[in-house]
Design a protein around this ligand. Structure first.
Ligand code: SAM
Ligand code: SF4
Length: 432
């Protein structure tokens, strides 16, 4: 059986698609680049903004003729497009065989086993090589009530996986060559609050830290209200946990934050960032911002702009507000004209381009350690502990190794460097 997976959206969707591919390949099924050649096409969808949803509908419509060429083909739609009751979707897209809730990889496997179970490849299945850096979902869902957000409506309440289960998965990944894991959750810093004994993210980080031959650990996304001192302490203490935290602020004005249902003030956020920077020197911070939220005045937007100028984050993901059906904010008047929303987005992007360039320039002529992930257009590509992308050239095989590079060029989104150690075999393990 040949399968094709199309993915759009967050890291969680990408991780789900990767896991689905692993399971399918473990059963002997093979990937194909073109949906037209596949027996099973999976669309892993996102509806966080209208633009993503439109892309999903476009892709879905393009699949309609698929069954004329291959009557046995199955089309599966999973991810945040799928509501609890999928009857309306089924009516609108009758050619879809199965609608699955987000992350329901087992649902996909049941369909495949039912239809193709006895047509597995007779040869031993070899899953495609594991990436150097891998995402591991550690919890699903969200207990917050951000008024603009549809994700919590589609992904349900928080459900954490047990610590042992996650540690075992990480161990297996490391045996397959993975050297870095990124723990995923909508609010990953709320991890464990729903588990018996209430282990928290700090406990999970400590348990994963014990896995031999794992070099780096990251986690995302964090919610400012759940970022405890215990978690900050774990980041500071544990060598393998990288100095890189994604902490969305969403807006820089208290009134906007209140109407967004974020339940913190700008000042509380500022003090949290200060604590993190004090305790974890050199920590790289990324944030998310929404511009053009209903009723956001020019002054309120300026407050966001000034917060970003003051805090100088390493990365800012800026999104134009998009009303989502069923959310509380969708009942508000979406009163900021689209052109004005775009102007605000561009203004923040421009600010951030300067800040990111300045931050990266500070690394010029310094030696930085990168974990090499793959080769891209003839150059090795890897990331620093602070998640900055660095490219370098060398003939040796650096995949999955730590390289020390001298940074020779720095732009806002990536850097170029010269290799310091020329023999990857002589390269030492981290912290030795
Ligand atoms: N849980 C994280 C948090 O607390 O911020 C982020 C999850 S959310 C799915 C990812 C990002 O999408 C958010 O940080 C927000 O900036 C953006 N986003 C969510 N809903 C949006 C909307 N209705 N319009 C525009 N951007 C939105
Ligand atoms: Fe959505 Fe807010 Fe939950 Fe993030 S914290 S997933 S933005 S409801």
């Amino acid at each position: 059986m040949k399968y094709h997976i199309w993915t759009i959206g967050c890291q969680m969707n990408k991780a789900d698609s990767w896991h689905a591919a692993q399971e399918l390949e473990a059963q002997g099924h093979v990937p194909t680049k073109r949906a037209e050649d596949a027996d099973v096409v999976v669309l892993n969808t996102c509806v966080v903004r209208q633009s993503a949803e439109d892309k999903v509908y476009g892709r879905l419509s393009s699949l309609k003729p698929l069954k004329q060429h291959n009557p046995r083909a199955a089309i599966v739609v999973m991810g945040c497009l799928v509501e609890e009751d999928s009857a309306t979707l089924q009516q609108r897209f009758p050619f879809v065989d199965l609608f699955l809730p987000p992350s329901d990889v087992q649902g996909l496997m049941s369909l495949v086993t039912d239809k193709w179970g006895d047509e597995r490849s007779q040869t031993a299945a070899t899953a495609s090589p594991a990436p150097v850096s891998c995402h591991v979902p550690v919890m699903q869902g969200c207990n917050n009530f951000c008024t603009y957000c549809i994700v919590r409506l589609r992904r349900g309440r928080e459900r954490s996986r047990p610590v042992d289960d996650i540690v075992e998965e990480v161990r297996c990944l490391v045996e397959r060559g993975v050297r870095e894991v990124t723990l995923l959750g909508q609010n990953v810093d709320a991890y464990g609050h729903d588990l018996t004994g209430q282990p928290d993210l700090a406990d999970l980080l400590r348990a994963i830290h014990e896995v031999d031959d794992l070099w780096r650990i990251r986690f995302l996304t964090s919610h400012p209200n759940d970022m405890s001192d215990g978690i900050i302490e774990a980041v500071a203490e544990l060598d393998k946990v990288c100095e890189h935290i994604e902490l969305p602020v969403q807006a820089g004005h208290d009134l906007t934050l209140k109407r967004m249902g974020r339940r913190y003030t700008v000042d509380q956020y500022r003090r949290l960032v200060e604590r993190m920077r004090d305790r974890v020197p050199g920590v790289a911070l990324a944030t998310d911002v929404i511009v053009g939220f209903p009723g956001e005045t020019e002054d309120q937007f300026q407050a966001t702009y000034e917060l970003l100028a003051e805090q100088r984050f390493d990365v800012v993901h800026v999104a134009v507000y998009s009303p989502r059906p069923g959310t509380a904010a969708a009942r508000l008047d979406d009163d900021i004209p689209q052109l004005e929303k775009e102007r605000r987005r561009r203004s923040i992007e421009e600010l951030q381009r300067h800040i990111a360039t300045d931050i990266n320039h500070e690394l010029l002529d310094s030696i930085t350690e990168i974990l090499v992930e793959d080769k891209h257009k003839g150059k090795w590509r890897g990331r620093t502990r602070t998640h900055k992308l660095v490219f370098f050239e060398d003939d040796a095989d650096w995949r999955g190794k730590l390289a020390k590079v001298d940074v020779t060029w720095a732009g806002p989104w990536s850097m170029q460097g010269k290799l310091k150690v020329t023999d990857p075999a002589s390269e030492s393990l981290p912290f030795s």
